[in-house]
Design a protein around this ligand. Structure first.
Ligand SMILES: CC(C)(COP(=O)(O)OP(=O)(O)OC[C@H]1O[C@@H](n2cnc3c(N)ncnc32)[C@H](O)[C@@H]1OP(=O)(O)O)[C@@H](O)C(=O)NCCC(=O)NCCS
Length: 156
């Protein structure tokens, strides 16, 4: 039985290892640590019998919440875990009193864009050349800005 839990600095090593397995250009340990200790952020992990299968980092800024990172272990994809993590980030955002959930995604990241569309996020803008190239490409990549409105649990 898997569960969503809030991760702490004690989980830094395991979350960094998952990030390296999951992402073509992984965040550094320091970037992950910053979200684990930031007052306005939460890193939520999906644990199955003590094994971390995925995580989402979400931060709030005024009445907006932003998913800054999300990853599911490559061996556990297409099993609904990404959807559960987006829902967990939405619940954290509502509890903060946020009225919308935002994120940026690479234009070419079809799995993530499909997941977000299915979770009710829609395109709200584009940032050309936002992302560093993923080798062997040398072209910077456009970011698609996506958002979904939320009903906050309380006022900000
Ligand atoms: C994006 C990611 C988190 C999705 O995680 P996941 O656990 O596989 O997602 P889910 O199983 O919850 O997928 C939910 C829905 O999203 C869509 N989706 C997910 N992966 C997909 C894929 N490879 N191709 C097409 N649609 C996909 C589907 O609609 C899917 O529902 P379905 O399986 O019933 O068709 C995962 O692929 C990942 O970790 N990618 C690397 C990191 C990354 O790109 N993060 C996003 C940065 S913005």
């Amino acid at each position: 039985m898997s569960a969503i839990v809030r991760l702490t600095t004690a989980d830094l090593e395991v979350v960094t290892a998952l990030e390296v397995r999951a992402q073509p250009l992984p965040w550094s340990e320091d970037q992950l640590l910053l979200e684990l200790v930031h007052d306005d952020a939460q890193v939520l992990g999906l644990l199955d019998q003590g094994t971390l299968l995925g995580f989402v980092a979400v931060r709030h800024m005024l009445d907006e919440a932003w998913i800054l990172n999300i990853a599911v272990d490559p061996t556990h994809r297409r099993a609904g875990l990404g959807g559960r993590l987006v829902e967990a980030a939405s619940a954290a955002a509502r509890a903060w009193g946020c009225s919308s959930l935002w994120l940026e995604v690479r234009e070419g990241n079809a799995p993530a864009r499909a997941l977000y569309g299915r979770m009710g996020l829609s395109e709200r803008g584009r940032r050309p050349g936002y992302y560093a190239p993923i080798p062997p490409s040398t072209e910077r990549e456009l970011a698609v800005l996506m958002a979904r409105d939320l009903v906050p649990a309380r006022a900000c």
